[in-house]
Design a protein around this ligand. Sequence first.
Ligand code: HEC
Length: 230
Amino acid sequence: MNKIKSIVVAGLGLTLGLASCDSGNLRRTPGHIYAPDMTYSRAYETYTSNPNFSDSLTSRPPVAGTIARDHAMPDHIMEGDSVAYKTFTTAAKFSSDELKEGGRLFNIYCGICHGTNLDGNGPLYSSGKFASMPANFKDGKYLHMPVGQMYAAIKYGKNMMGSYASQLDPKQRWMVIAYIKKMQADNGGDAFTFGEAATTAPKADSASAKATAKAEPKTDGKQIAANKMK
Ligand code: HEC
């Protein structure tokens, strides 16, 4: 009985083995072709020569200006165009998590010079090893600096400050700027405009406004806003 079993198994193995050897040949000579368009593609193979293009390459580069999926839009700010710097901006708004991320990036890339509390007195400068004082973002000179000018400083550098374009992609640059602007708003700068549309804020606003109004009945709107930011 066992003998018969092993003969059957060996026979099956042999048949399968032979059949698999033959398949290469079968594919190359398909015999009758039901749909020749499918068997013989009319499209050019990727790396074959192509008479339709002057460089005869079938594999084409992407169309100029193509942006890879999930990549940020490029910016068009040119180095040295200080007029454009002042008006360049973004419509992006950032969540509190993104602001936090902006702060994390700031502390990694900028804090060493500008200080983690943004006073321009980071450890590299305070150690005396860096000749030029980094911008003090809490100082009046920088408190109202246009965001595009900040963006240009990150992208192209400014005097002793090198470019951070290779470390931060455009979105990260804006997140860092949003973080700086938020910190500035909290320290007497312009009102913060990069935040997400206020959803819960109005409630908190009116509550704090009421509280302030109680404490100082004559306080006007401007002062309330300033108080809120502290
Ligand atoms: C190696 C030290 C150093 C690092 C790191 C650094 N900066 Fe600066 N930064 C400076 C110095 C110095 C200046 C002053 C340049 C000047 O006005 O001569 C400056 C100026 C600036 C200005 C003002 C630009 C202007 O037009 O006056 C901005 C904005 C700025 N830095 C942002 C950043 C940001 C954001 C980062 C992190 C991505 C960063 N910096 C990292 C040294 C540094």
